[in-house]
Write a protein of this length. Structure first.
Length: 332
């Protein structure tokens, strides 16, 4: 190593050492805290830790409250799903807008079965086959009628329910209480939303709590829309917040969901039409042949082999129609 490089190295090391010692003696607070500064920093850190601890504890307490509320709502939703997944016959008739009793429904079934038996017997069918078809029709036709009316009422309810939620949100933004908004909805909306909100308003007038009244409302109309509505009202009553904003967001979600349903229905309409035609052709052709030439199909109704063939063919036809129905109908 040359003398010049050695001299420069010694000079650099000496400069660094002198600088470090000078800083150490001139600014000792950089390397060593004074007693006052240590106490100051210790108290500041303690206060900061105390505030952080309080904030963390408050956050944990709030989180526990929200989690507890959500668990309660989830449990109620599960019980709601268990209670409304298989409603009884009387509930279905109420949901369809029919105020029949069980005796009325039984009388309608017996009358339908008797009329079908007389009609089939008039077409020279065997008594056994006419009785089987009459029993099946007497049980199935009234039930199918109730199911059809129930589905049609639910469809009209889901379309009008969004307008009711919008009306409630606007009323809450203007400063009206929830009960008064429900009364306005029960007076201004169309059926069947009007009657259901009127029943909800009557429950509140009788002194029932809001949460119980809302869940009874959801029990009477077991749809996803009413379930969401009950969840929003229940969660807002527990955790607080702007109910009008929550209902506005719910209305937007319900409208988007309905638009998506209509879009899916439009895209699947061709498949539904094809399935309807394929499923109805055997019955239409069989009916035309039966009325045009009854003797041609008489063997199917008057012999044991024909009855067995007819029953098995009808069974397989029903299975095929059920599979096609599940393929072209979407639930969401």
């Amino acid at each position: 190593m040359s003398d010049t490089v050695l001299a420069l190295t010694i000079f650099a090391l000496t400069t660094i050492c002198v600088t470090c010692f000078g800083v150490y003696f001139l600014r000792p607070d950089i390397f060593k805290k004074t007693r006052f500064r240590e106490r100051y920093h210790r108290l500041a850190a303690f206060n900061f830790d105390l505030r952080m601890f309080k904030e963390i504890e408050e956050g944990k307490k709030w989180k526990r409250t929200v989690e507890k509320t959500l668990l309660e709502i989830d449990e109620k939703q599960r019980s709601f799903s268990r209670d409304t997944s298989k409603p009884n016959l009387v509930s279905k008739m109420r949901q369809a807008g029919l105020f029949w009793t069980k005796r009325d429904y039984l009388s309608i079934c017996l009358g339908t079965g008797f009329l079908l038996f007389v009609g089939f017997w008039a077409f020279n069918l065997s008594i056994i086959l006419a009785a089987i078809l009459a029993i099946a029709g007497g049980i199935g036709l009234p039930y199918a009628t109730v199911a059809h009316l129930r589905g049609r009422r639910f469809k009209r309810f889901s379309i009008e329910f969004t307008n009711g939620v919008d009306m409630m949100a606007r009323g809450l933004k203007s400063g009206l209480p929830v009960g008064e908004c429900i009364k306005i909805v029960s007076n201004e909306t169309a059926e069947p939303v009007r009657s259901e909100f009127k029943q909800l308003s009557q429950d509140l007038a009788l002194g029932l709590p809001m949460e119980i009244s809302i869940h009874r409302f959801a029990d009477r109309v077991p749809l996803h829309e009413t379930s969401y509505f009950a969840t929003v009202i229940g969660s807002q009553s527990k955790t607080g917040g702007s109910l009008s904003e929550a209902l506005t967001n719910l209305s937007k979600i319900l409208r988007d969901r309905r638009n998506m349903r209509e879009k899916v229905r439009a895209l699947s309409s061709e498949a539904i039409a094809s399935a309807t035609i394929i499923g109805s052709i055997p019955f239409i052709v069989g009916g035309i042949v039966f009325f045009a030439s009854p003797d041609y199909l008489a063997l199917l109704f008057q012999t044991r082999a024909g009855l067995i063939t007819l029953i098995l063919s009808g069974l397989w036809m029903m299975i095929g129609i059920f599979i096609i129905y599940k393929m072209v109908h979407f639930e969401f």
